[in-house]
Design a protein around this ligand. Structure first.
Ligand SMILES: [Zn+2]
Length: 221
């Protein structure tokens, strides 16, 4: 459960008040969604590696979803696409930055398995996930701060906006807590499927966001 990417989506709302929380979350999660598709299609490789770390996954070869160069390309593509659809320059920049943030967060948290460009032999990663305690403090703290920021940036306009947000936050928190106690998944394909199930969250967030209003403007996408 990659709660740090959700934190980026929530926090970005303050800087891109006209952009839907659903869109911002989709952008922050993009590389993992792409990985889910490419992994199941056989175009990328990862493996379960149970060695006591918080995240028992080794990204063996993820050139298209997780190399820095491709993340930059995805950022330009999604930011550009958002601009063409919505004509919001600020939102487009933040959609692009949210996509790009994925590589930075994965670089901080992963064991050295992140590549700079497809085919690169050298791998990078600071290994925050080596320490469950440091992970909980850093990721849990970032998520709580981001939700707080979002609440201030987009106050609830009705009961739906209030309760739907707390249901979403509680659901994510429970999923996150469960990752600290659950055994490594038996099959890497389950991780890919789990990543794709995260597609449920952006529509939920978009619906919630429509019942909350940014302090400067109504958001419609
Ligand atoms: Zn990732």
């Amino acid at each position: 459960m990659f709660i740090g990417h959700f934190a980026i989506g929530f926090a970005a709302k303050k800087s891109a008040p006209e952009t839907s929380l659903g869109t911002l979350l989709m952008a922050a999660l993009w590389c993992d969604l792409a990985f889910g598709v490419l992994m199941l299609a056989g175009a990328e490789r990862a493996a379960i590696q149970s060695d006591g770390r918080f995240m028992p996954i080794n990204l063996i070869d993820l050139p298209w979803s997780h190399s820095l160069l491709m993340t930059l390309a995805w950022a330009l593509l999604l930011g550009g696409g958002y601009y063409l659809l919505r004509r919001r320059r600020r939102g487009a920049v933040w959609v692009g930055l949210a996509v790009l943030s994925h590589w930075v967060l994965d670089f901080i948290s992963h064991r050295p398995d992140m590549m700079l460009y497809p085919g690169a032999a050298r791998r990078f990663g600071l290994g925050l996930w080596d320490s469950p305690a440091a992970t909980l403090v850093a990721e849990g703290g970032a998520f709580a701060a981001a939700v707080w920021l979002y609440c201030r940036s987009a106050p609830a306009q009705d009961a739906v906006g209030r309760w739907s947000l707390w249901a979403l936050v509680a659901f994510l928190a429970v999923l996150y807590a469960a990752t600290f106690f659950s055994p490594p998944p038996p099959d890497i394909r389950l991780v890919a499927v789990g990543n794709l199930l995260a597609l449920l969250f952006p529509p939920w967030a978009a619906w919630t966001d429509r019942h909350r209003q940014s302090s400067t403007t109504l958001n419609m996408g």
